[in-house]
Design a protein around this ligand. Sequence first.
Ligand SMILES: Nc1ncnc2c1ncn2[C@@H]1O[C@H](COP(=O)(O)OP(=O)(O)OP(=O)(O)O)[C@@H](O)[C@H]1O
Length: 247
Amino acid sequence: MTEVLRITGLAKSFGALKATDDVSLTLNAGEIHALIGPNGAGKSTLIGQIAGWIVPDAGTITLEGADITGLSVAARAKAGLGRTFQVSTLAMDRTARQNVRIAAQARAGSSFRFWGQVAQDQGLRDAVDQVLGDVQMLDQADTPIAELSHGARRRVEVACALALEPKLLLLDEPMAGLGQDGTQEMTALLARLKSRIPILLVEHDMDAVFALAGRISVLVNGAVIASGPPDVIRTDPAVRTAYLGED
Ligand SMILES: Nc1ncnc2c1ncn2[C@@H]1O[C@H](COP(=O)(O)OP(=O)(O)OP(=O)(O)O)[C@@H](O)[C@H]1O
């Protein structure tokens, strides 16, 4: 079992409020580790600290054994921390392919430097087609984002993240607002991806979480109250009381 991400003793307070209270967790190769918890539990604050736009008061974050706690957002992305954004960053007037190409170009910048233009163009085209295929968007690759469904846009966002060849994906509520079909498509996509790229998943859709996650950690008032496989979490009395409800 290869550990990709390790968070140790992460803490963040806003005034007297402990938004993240001594949180430790790991993400292993080949798994989806879901982070669930009621509104205000501290999930987004935790993701913000891992991604780097919130500075923790204490704790460390390591990516494949390297300490990334002090790195900038951009440096973390370069180190292999992939993510999508809660607010879409896609260029709406560009096609899916053009959006993914921008991400692939950012990734390829240095590695293609010594190649000729033709090889560079071919390499980029192949990389873009590969990730568009991964998210099953090849048939809509040349459609402007503005004309795509919400679910298709989400898949293009995942393709942009994949184009950066990350070591893991941080996904903050990828099912939000998708509806039944979109949620099913996104669930299938994440299930396909996980063997290649481990995913730390924050998600409110419990059907998706229990279908996808190998491990679930439950956050309440900034602290992890339970962590384990779905069947253990489902029956944990503290979790049922705090979050899932008794029904
Ligand atoms: N910048 C901030 N300043 C003050 N308080 C904050 C700040 N950011 C978050 N909080 C508080 O920290 C707590 C955790 O918020 P956070 O958004 O991380 O929870 P969450 O689990 O992601 O919630 P949701 O499921 O609703 O997105 C909340 O009480 C929130 O009001």
